[in-house]
Design a protein around this ligand. Structure first.
Ligand code: ADP
Length: 236
């Protein structure tokens, strides 16, 4: 059974459908990149995967032990987040909020998890620093640690390298690959960067209202859509 299966999913705003008849699935350990131009419906799909937006048609089915509130989500950067007046530790710990339920406090296990994830991502020594004072790359590591606090199964990353310089971007991609390979956590990443998507991901979903392509990254590189968007040119 898949972690997430989308069956004939259409999503829209006030009667205007922006994502149409989508069929794809994410299995344990997969690394799926969702690519497509601006306005192709990537963020809309992300909202529905998170349960923040209902679908017009079709079904999103969660399985293989994954519940919708157990997705570790790293949102697209907003100015609000950049200036968030909290310590690194508080930001990471807030990843436990969803699993806290109605408890009004964090448990010692929540705190231990937060420290473990900071250690894993090499940011333990930043824990007392103010989030807004960090560099862009450090902020993304903090938000990644926060997302890892929320899941054992699936990370959902929306344009996580936007604004990062090429070296920090490469380090971030390597980090995601390591987490995916070593912890077996499935990754779903929305990305503009198709070259990196085919380098790192196991699967590609190329959106343009409909799915132009869904399949393995290897097959995507051979496909007409993949060749056209990767700059090789489609010759048939
Ligand atoms: P992407 O993430 O690929 O850039 P989006 O999912 O943000 O694409 O947008 C897909 C389409 O839905 C666009 O045409 C956009 O204008 C429209 N859209 C996005 N959010 C809203 C909204 N809150 N209300 C109405 N239309 C929206």
């Amino acid at each position: 059974m898949s972690l997430i299966r989308c069956e004939n999913v259409s999503i829209g705003y006030e009667g205007q459908t922006v994502v149409k008849d989508l069929n794809f699935q994410i299995d344990a350990g997969d690394y799926l990149c969702i690519v497509g131009e601006n306005g192709s419906g990537k963020s809309t799909l992300v909202k529905s995967l998170l349960g923040l937006k209902t679908v017009e048609k079709g079904r999103i089915i969660f399985g293989d032990g994954l519940m919708q509130n157990e997705i570790g989500y790293l949102p697209q950067q907003t100015d609000f987040q950049k200036d968030f007046p909290a310590s690194v530790y508080e930001v990471v710990l807030s990843g436990r909020l969803n699993s806290r339920g109605i408890r009004p406090f964090y448990t010692s296990s929540d705190k231990k998890t937060a420290c473990e994830k900071m250690d894993m991502l090499g940011i333990l020594e930043l824990s007392r620093q103010c989030f807004r004072d960090l560099s862009g790359g450090q902020k993304q590591r903090v938000l990644l640690a926060r997302a890892l606090c929320a899941t054992k199964t699936l990370l959902l990353l929306d344009e996580p390298v936007t604004g990062l310089d090429p070296i920090v971007t490469a380090e971030f991609y390597e980090l995601i690959r390591k987490i995916n390979k070593e912890s077996g956590i499935a990754v779903v990443m929305v990305s503009h960067d198709i070259e990196s998507a085919v380098k790192y991901a196991t699967h590609i979903l190329h959106l343009q209202e409909k799915a132009l392509f869904f399949g393995t990254a290897e097959d995507y590189q051979k496909s007409r859509v993949g060749r056209a968007f990767l700059g090789g040119g489609a010759d048939d």
